[in-house]
Design a protein around this ligand. Sequence first.
Ligand SMILES: [Zn+2]
Length: 239
Amino acid sequence: MDFVTLGEDEFTYGTITQVVPGVQRVIAKNPSKFTYQGTGTYIIGDRDVAVIDPGPQIDSHRDALAVALEGRKVRSILVTHCHADHSPLAAWLAAETGAPTHAFGPHAAAVAAWDIGSLPDDFGRAPEPAPGSNEAEAAAKEPKVEESTDMDFVPDVVVRTGDVVFERPGIEMRALHTPGHTSNHSCFSLASAGAGRVLFTGDHVMGWSTTVVSPPDGDMGAYMDSLRLVAGRADDLAF
Ligand SMILES: [Zn+2]
């Protein structure tokens, strides 16, 4: 399978790009070590559409999505997981369109019943440097090492592997639970005449780097199992 990364001069923030027939992408202007050039929001379909990962709470991205979706009917909002670059605009889009949000569940730490134990607050963090020291100045310039989480997201529709999440004539999308990056991470598959078999992999498989598996609910064993699950599929293409 070809591995293609997106160069800086190969896209423009906020524009709608047709990536394969029936699939469009809008890239948010939130470049970082976790998002590469920025988070991709995908729009599936023509007039009646599904939107995957509405994205971060950034005005320019929200406005770009509003333009991209003008005159179209959003039927389904699909959320791969609850990191702050993927799910926050789902609440806005659901309110604007009345479309239901679909996901495996809220972020695990937001669900008391999923007791995953507790870690000390400083788990995985280097000791704090003394204020005013060279180390403290250097640390202030370092990017944050964790992805922030959207704890407010609760899906309207809870989905499990195999559940149909969007259906139009000639288009079928299903959920695929892929825990590891987070415990509630799902990929979404698309089968359509125009696009073939496409898997939207969220942060489980990225086009430019391996993903991060971090506390509290990232799980390396689950991640490896989820990689095998995706590798064993017969998709033509992954985004
Ligand atoms: Zn993530």
